[in-house]
Write a protein that binds this ligand. Structure first.
Ligand code: PLP
Length: 434
Protein backbone atom coordinates (compact mmCIF):
# COMPACT_ATOMS: atom_id res chain seq x y z
CA UNK A 1 0.00 0.00 0.00
CA UNK A 2 1.35 3.46 -0.72
CA UNK A 3 -0.22 4.71 2.54
CA UNK A 4 -0.51 3.21 5.99
CA UNK A 5 -4.13 2.12 6.02
CA UNK A 6 -4.73 0.87 9.56
CA UNK A 7 -5.12 2.77 12.84
CA UNK A 8 -2.09 2.92 15.09
CA UNK A 9 -2.48 -0.02 17.47
CA UNK A 10 -4.79 -1.94 15.10
CA UNK A 11 -4.72 -5.64 15.86
CA UNK A 12 -3.60 -5.11 19.46
CA UNK A 13 -7.12 -5.49 20.73
CA UNK A 14 -7.81 -9.11 19.99
CA UNK A 15 -10.92 -11.00 20.88
CA UNK A 16 -9.51 -13.71 23.09
CA UNK A 17 -12.91 -15.37 23.63
CA UNK A 18 -12.70 -16.40 19.96
CA UNK A 19 -8.89 -16.86 19.79
CA UNK A 20 -8.97 -19.60 22.37
CA UNK A 21 -11.40 -21.50 20.15
CA UNK A 22 -8.85 -21.51 17.30
CA UNK A 23 -6.25 -22.98 19.64
CA UNK A 24 -8.68 -25.56 21.04
CA UNK A 25 -9.65 -26.60 17.52
CA UNK A 26 -5.99 -27.19 16.65
CA UNK A 27 -5.61 -29.32 19.78
CA UNK A 28 -8.77 -31.22 18.84
CA UNK A 29 -7.11 -32.18 15.54
CA UNK A 30 -4.28 -33.65 17.60
CA UNK A 31 -6.80 -35.83 19.45
CA UNK A 32 -7.40 -33.73 22.59
CA UNK A 33 -11.07 -34.04 23.74
CA UNK A 34 -12.28 -30.52 24.51
CA UNK A 35 -14.80 -29.42 27.17
CA UNK A 36 -15.99 -26.08 25.86
CA UNK A 37 -16.32 -24.10 29.09
CA UNK A 38 -15.44 -20.91 27.27
CA UNK A 39 -18.30 -19.90 25.05
CA UNK A 40 -21.63 -18.33 25.95
CA UNK A 41 -23.74 -19.99 23.26
CA UNK A 42 -26.34 -22.29 24.86
CA UNK A 43 -27.03 -23.94 21.47
CA UNK A 44 -23.41 -25.04 21.04
CA UNK A 45 -23.65 -26.47 24.57
CA UNK A 46 -26.59 -28.69 23.57
CA UNK A 47 -29.68 -26.61 24.38
CA UNK A 48 -32.50 -28.07 22.31
CA UNK A 49 -35.08 -25.50 21.29
CA UNK A 50 -38.62 -26.70 22.14
CA UNK A 51 -40.89 -27.67 19.25
CA UNK A 52 -43.52 -24.98 20.05
CA UNK A 53 -40.89 -22.25 19.64
CA UNK A 54 -39.66 -23.65 16.34
CA UNK A 55 -43.26 -23.94 15.12
CA UNK A 56 -43.81 -20.22 15.74
CA UNK A 57 -40.74 -19.40 13.64
CA UNK A 58 -41.85 -21.82 10.89
CA UNK A 59 -45.26 -20.10 10.79
CA UNK A 60 -43.53 -16.74 10.38
CA UNK A 61 -41.34 -18.07 7.57
CA UNK A 62 -44.46 -19.16 5.71
CA UNK A 63 -45.82 -15.61 5.88
CA UNK A 64 -44.70 -13.67 2.81
CA UNK A 65 -44.34 -10.38 4.77
CA UNK A 66 -41.43 -11.84 6.72
CA UNK A 67 -39.38 -11.84 3.55
CA UNK A 68 -39.48 -8.08 3.09
CA UNK A 69 -37.55 -5.20 4.68
CA UNK A 70 -39.17 -3.80 7.78
CA UNK A 71 -39.20 -0.30 9.27
CA UNK A 72 -35.69 1.01 10.10
CA UNK A 73 -36.60 1.00 13.80
CA UNK A 74 -37.98 -2.53 13.51
CA UNK A 75 -41.34 -4.30 13.07
CA UNK A 76 -43.99 -1.99 14.56
CA UNK A 77 -46.13 -4.70 16.24
CA UNK A 78 -43.04 -6.08 17.96
CA UNK A 79 -41.99 -2.63 19.15
CA UNK A 80 -45.51 -2.08 20.48
CA UNK A 81 -45.35 -5.42 22.30
CA UNK A 82 -41.99 -4.59 23.90
CA UNK A 83 -43.03 -1.06 24.70
CA UNK A 84 -46.04 -2.39 26.56
CA UNK A 85 -43.87 -4.81 28.61
CA UNK A 86 -41.57 -1.97 29.69
CA UNK A 87 -44.37 0.51 30.42
CA UNK A 88 -46.26 -2.05 32.51
CA UNK A 89 -43.37 -2.05 35.01
CA UNK A 90 -44.29 1.51 35.92
CA UNK A 91 -40.79 3.00 35.61
CA UNK A 92 -39.59 4.81 32.49
CA UNK A 93 -42.33 5.41 29.92
CA UNK A 94 -41.53 4.80 26.27
CA UNK A 95 -43.27 4.74 22.90
CA UNK A 96 -42.52 2.36 19.99
CA UNK A 97 -40.34 5.16 18.56
CA UNK A 98 -37.98 4.76 21.54
CA UNK A 99 -37.09 1.25 20.36
CA UNK A 100 -34.60 0.42 17.60
CA UNK A 101 -33.83 -3.11 16.44
CA UNK A 102 -30.32 -4.24 15.47
CA UNK A 103 -28.72 -7.30 13.95
CA UNK A 104 -27.73 -8.57 17.38
CA UNK A 105 -26.45 -6.43 20.19
CA UNK A 106 -23.00 -6.59 18.61
CA UNK A 107 -24.44 -4.34 15.89
CA UNK A 108 -26.10 -2.06 18.47
CA UNK A 109 -22.89 -1.78 20.51
CA UNK A 110 -20.84 -0.83 17.42
CA UNK A 111 -23.32 1.94 16.56
CA UNK A 112 -23.69 3.17 20.15
CA UNK A 113 -19.94 3.87 20.44
CA UNK A 114 -19.40 4.61 16.75
CA UNK A 115 -21.93 7.46 16.87
CA UNK A 116 -20.11 9.29 19.66
CA UNK A 117 -17.70 12.13 19.02
CA UNK A 118 -14.12 10.83 19.47
CA UNK A 119 -13.32 13.05 22.47
CA UNK A 120 -16.22 11.84 24.56
CA UNK A 121 -15.81 8.75 26.73
CA UNK A 122 -18.06 6.08 28.20
CA UNK A 123 -16.87 4.76 31.57
CA UNK A 124 -16.63 0.96 31.44
CA UNK A 125 -16.66 -1.66 34.20
CA UNK A 126 -13.44 -3.65 34.60
CA UNK A 127 -13.51 -6.56 33.98
CA UNK A 128 -16.03 -6.33 31.19
CA UNK A 129 -17.45 -8.01 28.08
CA UNK A 130 -14.93 -6.88 25.51
CA UNK A 131 -17.32 -6.06 22.69
CA UNK A 132 -18.13 -2.94 24.74
CA UNK A 133 -14.60 -2.01 25.76
CA UNK A 134 -13.15 -2.69 22.30
CA UNK A 135 -16.01 -0.72 20.68
CA UNK A 136 -15.55 2.22 23.03
CA UNK A 137 -11.75 2.24 22.82
CA UNK A 138 -11.98 1.93 19.03
CA UNK A 139 -14.15 5.03 18.73
CA UNK A 140 -11.85 7.06 21.01
CA UNK A 141 -8.54 5.65 19.66
CA UNK A 142 -7.48 5.35 23.29
CA UNK A 143 -7.44 2.79 26.10
CA UNK A 144 -10.79 2.25 27.85
CA UNK A 145 -11.57 4.33 30.95
CA UNK A 146 -12.75 1.96 33.65
CA UNK A 147 -14.27 1.66 37.10
CA UNK A 148 -13.38 -1.35 39.16
CA UNK A 149 -15.63 -4.30 39.93
CA UNK A 150 -14.52 -5.66 43.31
CA UNK A 151 -13.29 -9.26 43.12
CA UNK A 152 -13.15 -9.22 46.94
CA UNK A 153 -16.79 -8.16 47.31
CA UNK A 154 -19.13 -10.14 45.02
CA UNK A 155 -17.83 -8.23 42.00
CA UNK A 156 -19.95 -5.24 43.05
CA UNK A 157 -18.81 -1.97 41.48
CA UNK A 158 -16.43 0.23 43.45
CA UNK A 159 -18.68 3.29 43.59
CA UNK A 160 -15.94 5.56 44.98
CA UNK A 161 -13.73 4.67 42.04
CA UNK A 162 -16.64 5.21 39.63
CA UNK A 163 -17.50 8.59 41.16
CA UNK A 164 -13.85 9.74 41.13
CA UNK A 165 -13.47 8.90 37.44
CA UNK A 166 -16.59 10.89 36.63
CA UNK A 167 -15.52 13.79 38.85
CA UNK A 168 -11.95 14.12 37.61
CA UNK A 169 -12.36 13.16 33.95
CA UNK A 170 -14.61 15.72 32.25
CA UNK A 171 -14.53 13.83 28.95
CA UNK A 172 -16.74 11.09 30.48
CA UNK A 173 -20.28 11.51 29.17
CA UNK A 174 -21.80 8.14 30.06
CA UNK A 175 -21.54 5.19 32.44
CA UNK A 176 -21.90 1.64 31.11
CA UNK A 177 -23.19 -1.26 33.18
CA UNK A 178 -23.90 -4.89 32.30
CA UNK A 179 -26.64 -6.26 34.52
CA UNK A 180 -26.52 -9.26 35.09
CA UNK A 181 -22.87 -9.16 34.25
CA UNK A 182 -20.60 -10.92 31.81
CA UNK A 183 -17.94 -12.07 32.79
CA UNK A 184 -18.67 -12.08 36.55
CA UNK A 185 -22.29 -13.31 36.92
CA UNK A 186 -22.86 -10.43 39.36
CA UNK A 187 -26.31 -8.84 39.61
CA UNK A 188 -26.34 -5.14 40.50
CA UNK A 189 -28.19 -4.49 43.78
CA UNK A 190 -31.00 -1.96 43.34
CA UNK A 191 -29.30 0.52 45.73
CA UNK A 192 -26.19 0.41 43.53
CA UNK A 193 -28.27 1.09 40.42
CA UNK A 194 -29.89 4.04 42.21
CA UNK A 195 -26.46 5.38 43.18
CA UNK A 196 -25.17 5.11 39.61
CA UNK A 197 -28.27 6.91 38.33
CA UNK A 198 -27.71 9.62 40.99
CA UNK A 199 -24.08 10.09 39.85
CA UNK A 200 -25.24 10.32 36.22
CA UNK A 201 -27.82 12.93 37.21
CA UNK A 202 -25.38 14.96 39.29
CA UNK A 203 -22.80 15.13 36.47
CA UNK A 204 -25.26 15.33 33.57
CA UNK A 205 -24.34 12.00 32.00
CA UNK A 206 -26.33 9.28 30.28
CA UNK A 207 -26.33 5.57 31.08
CA UNK A 208 -25.78 2.58 28.82
CA UNK A 209 -27.23 -0.56 30.44
CA UNK A 210 -26.64 -3.89 28.73
CA UNK A 211 -29.51 -6.05 30.00
CA UNK A 212 -29.25 -8.97 27.62
CA UNK A 213 -29.27 -11.34 30.66
CA UNK A 214 -31.99 -9.45 32.55
CA UNK A 215 -34.32 -12.44 32.83
CA UNK A 216 -31.55 -14.88 33.72
CA UNK A 217 -31.24 -14.42 37.49
CA UNK A 218 -31.26 -16.98 40.29
CA UNK A 219 -30.29 -17.68 43.93
CA UNK A 220 -33.33 -15.63 44.94
CA UNK A 221 -32.26 -12.51 42.99
CA UNK A 222 -34.84 -10.28 41.30
CA UNK A 223 -34.59 -8.54 37.95
CA UNK A 224 -34.27 -4.78 38.27
CA UNK A 225 -34.00 -3.23 34.83
CA UNK A 226 -32.55 0.28 34.70
CA UNK A 227 -35.95 1.53 33.48
CA UNK A 228 -37.31 0.94 37.02
CA UNK A 229 -34.94 3.45 38.64
CA UNK A 230 -33.87 5.78 35.83
CA UNK A 231 -36.15 8.71 36.75
CA UNK A 232 -35.44 11.54 34.31
CA UNK A 233 -31.83 10.57 33.42
CA UNK A 234 -31.24 9.81 29.72
CA UNK A 235 -30.35 6.17 29.13
CA UNK A 236 -30.11 3.37 26.61
CA UNK A 237 -30.95 -0.21 27.63
CA UNK A 238 -29.80 -3.08 25.41
CA UNK A 239 -31.95 -6.20 25.26
CA UNK A 240 -32.12 -9.22 23.03
CA UNK A 241 -33.06 -12.81 22.38
CA UNK A 242 -29.58 -14.35 21.91
CA UNK A 243 -29.38 -15.61 25.48
CA UNK A 244 -33.01 -15.70 26.49
CA UNK A 245 -34.79 -17.71 23.78
CA UNK A 246 -31.89 -18.66 23.24
CA UNK A 247 -31.39 -17.73 19.59
CA UNK A 248 -27.93 -16.22 19.15
CA UNK A 249 -27.90 -17.10 15.45
CA UNK A 250 -30.94 -14.86 14.87
CA UNK A 251 -28.68 -11.79 15.29
CA UNK A 252 -31.52 -9.88 16.85
CA UNK A 253 -31.44 -7.36 19.69
CA UNK A 254 -32.86 -3.92 20.41
CA UNK A 255 -32.26 -0.75 22.34
CA UNK A 256 -34.82 1.06 24.46
CA UNK A 257 -34.19 4.77 24.83
CA UNK A 258 -35.32 6.41 28.08
CA UNK A 259 -35.86 10.17 28.39
CA UNK A 260 -35.05 10.87 24.76
CA UNK A 261 -36.55 14.34 24.83
CA UNK A 262 -34.99 15.53 28.08
CA UNK A 263 -31.67 16.54 26.62
CA UNK A 264 -30.99 18.04 23.22
CA UNK A 265 -27.52 16.51 22.85
CA UNK A 266 -28.81 13.09 23.81
CA UNK A 267 -31.68 13.33 21.33
CA UNK A 268 -29.22 14.28 18.54
CA UNK A 269 -27.03 11.34 19.50
CA UNK A 270 -29.94 8.86 19.40
CA UNK A 271 -30.94 10.27 16.01
CA UNK A 272 -27.44 9.62 14.71
CA UNK A 273 -27.64 5.99 15.90
CA UNK A 274 -30.94 5.70 14.02
CA UNK A 275 -29.37 7.27 10.91
CA UNK A 276 -26.59 4.70 10.86
CA UNK A 277 -29.24 1.95 11.01
CA UNK A 278 -31.12 3.73 8.23
CA UNK A 279 -28.01 3.44 6.04
CA UNK A 280 -28.48 -0.32 6.23
CA UNK A 281 -32.27 -0.01 5.72
CA UNK A 282 -33.26 -2.21 8.70
CA UNK A 283 -32.45 -5.29 10.76
CA UNK A 284 -33.53 -8.84 9.86
CA UNK A 285 -37.31 -9.14 9.90
CA UNK A 286 -37.92 -12.84 10.74
CA UNK A 287 -36.72 -13.00 14.37
CA UNK A 288 -38.42 -9.69 15.20
CA UNK A 289 -41.73 -11.00 13.89
CA UNK A 290 -41.42 -14.12 16.10
CA UNK A 291 -40.87 -12.26 19.38
CA UNK A 292 -44.46 -11.46 20.49
CA UNK A 293 -45.77 -14.98 19.82
CA UNK A 294 -42.80 -16.63 21.55
CA UNK A 295 -42.75 -14.36 24.60
CA UNK A 296 -46.49 -14.59 25.16
CA UNK A 297 -46.69 -18.37 24.64
CA UNK A 298 -47.92 -20.19 27.79
CA UNK A 299 -44.78 -22.39 27.80
CA UNK A 300 -42.32 -19.49 27.57
CA UNK A 301 -41.96 -18.60 31.25
CA UNK A 302 -41.92 -22.30 32.22
CA UNK A 303 -39.13 -23.05 29.74
CA UNK A 304 -37.11 -20.03 30.85
CA UNK A 305 -37.56 -20.90 34.54
CA UNK A 306 -36.33 -24.47 33.90
CA UNK A 307 -33.19 -23.20 32.21
CA UNK A 308 -32.51 -20.62 34.89
CA UNK A 309 -32.87 -23.28 37.60
CA UNK A 310 -30.32 -25.38 35.73
CA UNK A 311 -27.86 -22.46 35.58
CA UNK A 312 -28.30 -21.99 39.32
CA UNK A 313 -27.42 -25.66 39.94
CA UNK A 314 -24.39 -25.53 37.62
CA UNK A 315 -23.25 -22.29 39.21
CA UNK A 316 -23.40 -23.82 42.68
CA UNK A 317 -21.61 -27.02 41.60
CA UNK A 318 -18.87 -24.93 39.96
CA UNK A 319 -18.57 -22.68 43.00
CA UNK A 320 -18.44 -25.60 45.45
CA UNK A 321 -15.67 -27.34 43.47
CA UNK A 322 -13.48 -24.28 42.93
CA UNK A 323 -13.86 -22.77 46.39
CA UNK A 324 -11.77 -25.65 47.77
CA UNK A 325 -8.66 -24.47 45.88
CA UNK A 326 -6.34 -22.39 48.08
CA UNK A 327 -5.38 -19.06 46.51
CA UNK A 328 -8.42 -18.67 44.29
CA UNK A 329 -10.78 -15.77 44.83
CA UNK A 330 -14.31 -16.47 43.62
CA UNK A 331 -17.84 -15.28 44.16
CA UNK A 332 -21.15 -17.04 43.87
CA UNK A 333 -22.90 -15.91 40.71
CA UNK A 334 -26.52 -14.74 40.74
CA UNK A 335 -27.23 -14.14 37.08
CA UNK A 336 -26.19 -14.68 33.45
CA UNK A 337 -24.15 -17.86 32.93
CA UNK A 338 -20.54 -17.00 33.65
CA UNK A 339 -18.16 -17.17 36.59
CA UNK A 340 -14.96 -15.13 36.82
CA UNK A 341 -12.24 -16.52 39.07
CA UNK A 342 -9.09 -14.65 40.12
CA UNK A 343 -5.73 -15.86 41.42
CA UNK A 344 -4.28 -14.33 44.57
CA UNK A 345 -1.54 -11.75 43.95
CA UNK A 346 1.74 -13.30 42.74
CA UNK A 347 0.41 -16.87 42.57
CA UNK A 348 0.98 -17.25 38.83
CA UNK A 349 4.46 -17.25 37.35
CA UNK A 350 6.00 -17.75 33.91
CA UNK A 351 7.67 -20.99 35.07
CA UNK A 352 4.55 -22.99 35.90
CA UNK A 353 3.35 -25.73 33.57
CA UNK A 354 1.56 -29.08 33.35
CA UNK A 355 2.79 -32.16 31.51
CA UNK A 356 1.57 -32.56 27.90
CA UNK A 357 2.00 -36.10 26.61
CA UNK A 358 1.56 -35.50 22.86
CA UNK A 359 4.84 -33.95 21.56
CA UNK A 360 3.08 -32.01 18.75
CA UNK A 361 0.57 -30.51 21.19
CA UNK A 362 3.38 -29.70 23.63
CA UNK A 363 5.31 -27.91 20.90
CA UNK A 364 2.22 -25.94 19.85
CA UNK A 365 1.39 -24.85 23.41
CA UNK A 366 5.00 -24.03 24.32
CA UNK A 367 5.23 -21.88 21.19
CA UNK A 368 2.11 -19.97 22.23
CA UNK A 369 2.90 -19.45 25.90
CA UNK A 370 6.53 -18.48 25.33
CA UNK A 371 5.66 -15.76 22.81
CA UNK A 372 6.53 -12.25 24.04
CA UNK A 373 3.93 -10.47 26.18
CA UNK A 374 1.83 -13.53 27.07
CA UNK A 375 0.05 -12.86 30.37
CA UNK A 376 0.45 -15.42 33.19
CA UNK A 377 -3.27 -16.27 33.09
CA UNK A 378 -3.13 -16.95 29.35
CA UNK A 379 -0.24 -19.33 30.01
CA UNK A 380 -2.35 -21.01 32.69
CA UNK A 381 -5.38 -21.33 30.40
CA UNK A 382 -3.34 -22.88 27.55
CA UNK A 383 -1.67 -25.44 29.82
CA UNK A 384 -5.00 -26.39 31.41
CA UNK A 385 -6.53 -26.72 27.94
CA UNK A 386 -3.76 -28.95 26.60
CA UNK A 387 -3.45 -31.05 29.76
CA UNK A 388 -7.16 -31.58 30.53
CA UNK A 389 -9.10 -30.48 27.42
CA UNK A 390 -10.98 -27.93 29.58
CA UNK A 391 -11.27 -24.72 27.60
CA UNK A 392 -11.59 -21.53 29.68
CA UNK A 393 -10.80 -17.89 28.85
CA UNK A 394 -8.04 -15.82 30.53
CA UNK A 395 -9.64 -13.15 32.72
CA UNK A 396 -7.06 -10.59 31.59
CA UNK A 397 -8.67 -10.65 28.16
CA UNK A 398 -11.80 -9.04 29.69
CA UNK A 399 -10.34 -5.56 29.97
CA UNK A 400 -8.76 -6.08 33.41
CA UNK A 401 -5.26 -6.31 34.90
CA UNK A 402 -6.58 -9.10 37.18
CA UNK A 403 -5.23 -12.57 36.51
CA UNK A 404 -7.69 -15.42 36.44
CA UNK A 405 -10.10 -17.18 34.14
CA UNK A 406 -13.75 -17.14 33.10
CA UNK A 407 -15.93 -20.20 32.70
CA UNK A 408 -19.48 -20.58 31.43
CA UNK A 409 -22.21 -22.43 33.35
CA UNK A 410 -23.89 -24.03 30.34
CA UNK A 411 -23.06 -27.68 30.94
CA UNK A 412 -26.34 -29.61 30.85
CA UNK A 413 -25.28 -32.71 32.72
CA UNK A 414 -24.72 -32.22 36.46
CA UNK A 415 -22.37 -35.19 36.80
CA UNK A 416 -20.27 -33.97 33.89
CA UNK A 417 -20.22 -30.48 35.41
CA UNK A 418 -19.02 -31.93 38.71
CA UNK A 419 -16.36 -34.00 36.93
CA UNK A 420 -15.09 -31.02 34.90
CA UNK A 421 -14.80 -28.70 37.88
CA UNK A 422 -13.34 -31.32 40.23
CA UNK A 423 -10.69 -31.97 37.56
CA UNK A 424 -10.11 -28.26 37.09
CA UNK A 425 -9.77 -27.71 40.86
CA UNK A 426 -7.25 -30.55 41.13
CA UNK A 427 -5.23 -29.39 38.10
CA UNK A 428 -5.13 -25.77 39.28
CA UNK A 429 -3.53 -27.05 42.46
CA UNK A 430 -0.97 -29.03 40.45
CA UNK A 431 -0.25 -26.07 38.17
CA UNK A 432 0.31 -23.70 41.09
CA UNK A 433 2.66 -26.17 42.78
CA UNK A 434 4.65 -26.90 39.60
C1 PLP B 1 -23.18 -8.67 27.92
C2 PLP B 1 -23.40 -9.07 26.51
N1 PLP B 1 -23.96 -8.20 25.65
C3 PLP B 1 -24.18 -8.51 24.37
C4 PLP B 1 -23.84 -9.75 23.88
C5 PLP B 1 -24.03 -10.06 22.41
O1 PLP B 1 -25.34 -10.25 22.12
P1 PLP B 1 -25.80 -10.49 20.58
O2 PLP B 1 -25.77 -11.96 20.35
O3 PLP B 1 -27.19 -9.92 20.59
O4 PLP B 1 -24.87 -9.75 19.70
C6 PLP B 1 -23.25 -10.70 24.72
C7 PLP B 1 -22.83 -12.02 24.19
O5 PLP B 1 -22.17 -12.80 24.82
C8 PLP B 1 -23.03 -10.35 26.06
O6 PLP B 1 -22.47 -11.21 26.92
Amino acid sequence: MRNEIVHPGAGELTYEIRNIVNVAEKLQKHGVRINWENIGDPIVKGEVIPAWMKEIVVKEVLDNDTWGYCHTRGVLETREFICDMTNRRGGARITPDDIIFFNGLGDAIAKIYGSLRAETRVLMPSPTYTTHSIGEAGHAHAAPVCYRLKAEDNWYPDLDDLRNHVKYNPSISAIMIINPDNPTGMVYPVETLREIVAIAKEYDLFIVADEVYNNIVYNGEKTVPISDVIGDVPAIALKGISKEFPWPGSRCGWIEVYNYGRDEQFAKYVNSILSSKMNEVCSTTLPQKSIPAIMSHPEYQIYLAERVTRYERMSNITYNCLKEVPGLLLNRTNGAFYMAVTFGEGLLSSRQSLPIANPEVRELVEGLVNAPGVSPDKRFVYYILAHTGICTVPLSSFNTPLQGFRVTLLEKDEQECERIYRTLAEKIGEYLRS
